[in-house]
Structure formats: structure tokens, C-alpha cells
Ligand binder design. Structure first.
Ligand code: APR
Length: 397
């Protein structure tokens, strides 16, 4: 249940199902066994080449960059109690991240190609950018575990808010309020915030990995429960392939785990080559191309892409910083209230975290993240003030 061995399987342990722990062997297995029940599990890493920053990459990640702003902690932007008091930072981000500005990546198109071939059992995503839908993955094959921008409602009375009004309001960086008379509560997209439950669709589908004949995990740090437990629900003898810049979760600890520790777009192209699907994949991805010039941008040399991503994250944080400055007094008022918040003993968990994560686990997890950052110089101790004595005066969870 979620906690797998973190030690990689040793070289001399042969695979049970695959002929080897390689991409070619996975392609062979797919073709020879008429594999039709593939589960895909993804995170923010599959959208970075579209220009959307991920959360935890040390320098370009959203949290590392929001950390320098005077938020109580970076994830406050997705915290329901913070949002109630100061929705501005979230709507500054929403303006940048709102669907319609970004093109699906070739990784999104690979997932759509699996569906077209009748081989996709379910695509579980933590992303809120709706790029899987834009790449052609149908709603019944998709579980948006942390919600998405697709719909929105009043956080007080639950009344749905019209899509077109939402789009227009976010476009001009306004804050939408409920249109029901005598309510006027804050409107929020159906994204899972800190302290909110995951959608029913996630709980209904979480038994599917146990009946899959292949699992593909891409672009996620697997740090947020309950999503992070999904790969461990796959049967022992079912092959799992991780396509990610770094090894994460318990992937690599089983005899039929394959690790492709690289950029996911190049990883899915390697798998497509081995399957003989490369032309089909590129053609399908081409259909998502809004314009030729856009294609040039997407295919920019990695260093340009990195520079482009850095510039975007800079612009994003400047915007949030500006709104935070505007609401400085708002902030002081909120921090006063926040500090007075009754200690319910309940852990407010980051968007997507299950209620079941204990305070100790969360602290350990946060320590792990803080230590990672300390080691590479982007110390985020003020994100996790409880870990850092210096910041005892800051509100902490
Ligand atoms: N190719 C492959 N892997 C990548 C790429 C890429 N181009 N870019 C980033 N990665 C990897 C990173 O190395 C990291 O392991 O993807 C992972 C991204 O991890 P996170 O930033 O933590 O994103 P994610 O796993 O989606 O976060 C989960 O945390 O804050 C919450 O609700 C939020 O859904 C989010 C959840």
C-alpha cells in the first residue's frame, strides 16, 4: 500500500514477465501479448515542454519561485483557508495557467494514441491544465485526480459559475463571485486545494491499476498522496515503466520495472520508435499544432526552451509578488487570523494529499523537500516554518 522498497532491484535479478528491463523489451511485450489494459499515471513534468512550470523542480519549479514571496508558505496559493482570505495570488497564477494558452506535448499525444489504439484502460493525471483533453483523451478514460480548470463553482453555496464568464474574469485578472443573490461567495475552479477531498472519479478508479497489464508513470515526483500510491497497486508481475528525469517512488524496485530517466517527450518517442508508431505519433501531435510558428517554439533547442521556461516563471512570480504587495495589509490581517486559527489537530494537507497523511509523515516529507532544496541552495525553510527555528514567528501548519 504505497510504501514500496526504495532500493533498486539488483542487476542479477532477472525480470519475470519481460525479456529485459529495456524499452525494446516493453515494446516486445506489448506486441506479443496483445496488451490492451494500460494505465498511465502523470504529473506536471509532462507539461513543462508546453511552457507550464512543474511544482518541485529545484529552480524552475513553481514552489521554489513562489517561496521568495511573502506567502506563509508556497503551497498557500492552493490552500482553501488562505484562498478565502486572499484569493488574489491564486487568480494571478490562474491567469497564467488557464487552459487555452498551451499546446499539448508529444507526451500528451502519446497517451491519446494509446486510447486511439484501444489500449488505454485509464489515464490518471495530477495536472489541472486539461492538456490531456486537448490532446484527444476522452473524459471517460481520464481521471483528473486533483481536479482541473474545466469547471468552477461558489465555495459557499456550490452554485456552478458559467464557463465563459470565468474565462473572461480570469483573463482580466478579476476575482469571480457567486451570481446567486444574497450569496456572492468566492468562486473557485474545481481544483483540489489543501484540505479538500479528491473527486469521486479518483476513488472509483483506484482499483484499476490492479487489473492493468502495463503501467506507464511519467513526469511526477510521486510525493503527494493518495495519488503517489497508485503505482504500488499494480500487480507484482505486471511491467511498470517510469519515464521521468529522476527516479521516484518505489519505481525500479521490482523485477519488471523499467527506468527511463530522461525527458518524457524523448522517452515516449523512444517507446513509439520501438513500437513502430513514431510516424503515427508525430502526425497525431501535429494535429494539436495551432500554427507552424508555434511548432517552431515547441521544437526550440532545449536551452532556449529552458530560458523560455525561466522567463515565464519569472513573469509569473512577479505578477504574484505585485498582487501580494497590494494586499500586504490584507496579508498582515490574515496572518493575525491565521495564527489565531483554532488548532483542530487535523493536518491541512497540500492539494491532493489524503487526509490520511499523518503530521509526522507530512513533516518528514516536508523535511525531505526542504533538505533537497537546502542542498541545492534554494532553501525553502519559510515554506515549512515549523522546520526552521529562525522563522518561529511565521504562521506554520
Ligand atoms: N520530463 C520528464 N520528467 C520531468 C520533466 C520532463 N520534461 N520535467 C519535470 N520532470 C519531473 C521532475 O523531475 C519531477 O520528478 O517531473 C516531476 C515533477 O514533480 P512535481 O513538480 O512535484 O509535480 P507533481 O508530481 O505533478 O506534483 C504533484 O503536488 O502541489 C501538488 O497538486 C500539486 O498535482 C501537484 C502535486
Amino acid at each position: 500500500m504505497g510504501n514500496e522498497a526504495s532500493t533498486p532491484v539488483s542487476e542479477d535479478v532477472p525480470p519475470i514477465t519481460l525479456t529485459a528491463r529495456t524499452v525494446e523489451a516493453v515494446a516486445d511485450y506489448i506486441k506479443k501479448n496483445n496488451v490492451k489494459r494500460i494505465v498511465v499515471m502523470t504529473g506536471a513534468g509532462i507539461s513543462t515542454s508546453a511552457g507550464i512550470p512543474d511544482f518541485r523542480s529545484p529552480n524552475t519549479g513553481l514552489y521554489a519561485n513562489l517561496a521568495r514571496l511573502n506567502l506563509p508558505y508556497a503551497e498557500a496559493v492552493f490552500d482553501i483557508s488562505y484562498f478565502r482570505n486572499n484569493p488574489r495570488p491564486f487568480y494571478e497564477l490562474a491567469h497564467e495557467l488557464y487552459p487555452g494558452k498551451y499546446r499539448p506535448t508529444v507526451t500528451h499525444s502519446f497517451i491519446s494514441l494509446l486510447n486511439k489504439k484501444g489500449m488505454l484502460l485509464k489515464a490518471f493525471t495530477q495536472n489541472i491544465d486539461c492538456l490531456e483533453r486537448e490532446a484527444g483523451v476522452p473524459g471517460d478514460k481520464l481521471v483528473e485526480a486533483h481536479g482541473s480548470f474545466a469547471t468552477q463553482r461558489c465555495i459557499d453555496c456550490g452554485t456552478e459559475f458559467p464557463d465563459d464568464r470565468m474565462k473572461d474574469t480570469v483573463a482580466i485578472k478579476e476575482i469571480p463571485y457567486c451570481e446567486r443573490t444574497r450569496c456572492e461567495g468566492l468562486v473557485k475552479p474545481d481544483i483540489v486545494f489543501f484540505g479538500e477531498a479528491l473527486p469521486e472519479s479518483f476513488h472509483r478508479s483506484r482499483s484499476l491499476p490492479a487489473s492493468a497489464d502495463l503501467a506507464i508513470v511519467m513526469g511526477t515526483s510521486l510525493t503527494v498522496q493518495p495519488f503517489a500510491s497508485l503505482p504500488s497497486f499494480v500487480r507484482e508481475e505486471t511491467p511498470r515503466i517510469l519515464i521521468n528525469l529522476e527516479r521516484v517512488g518505489g519505481l525500479g524496485s521490482r523485477a519488471d520495472d523499467v527506468l527511463l530517466l530522461e525527458d518524457c517527450d524523448s522517452g515516449v518517442r523512444k517507446l513509439a520508435d520501438a513500437l513502430g508508431w513514431r510516424d503515427e505519433l508525430e502526425e497525431l501531435w501535429e494535429t494539436t499544432n495551432p500554427s507552424r510558428s508555434e511548432r517552431k517554439k515547441q521544437e526550440a533547442k532545449p536551452k532556449d526552451k529552458q530560458a523560455d521556461l525561466d522567463a515565464r516563471i519569472e513573469e509569473l512570480t512577479r505578477g504574484v509578488d505585485k498582487t501580494l504587495k497590494l494586499s500586504e495589509d490584507h496579508q498582515r490581517q490574515f496572518e493575525k487570523d491565521f495564527a489565531k486559527r483554532p488548532d483542530t489537530g487535523k493536518l491541512d494537507v497540500p492539494a491532493g494529499l489524503a487526509k490520511s497523511v499523518t503530521a509526522a509523515e507530512h513533516k518528514k516529507q516536508s523535511e525531505g523537500e526542504v533538505n533537497d532544496r537546502k542542498s541545492n541552495g534554494s532553501d525553502l525553510s519559510h515554506i515549512y516554518p515549523h522546520l526552521d527555528s529562525k522563522s518561529v514567528d511565521k504562521p506554520s501548519l
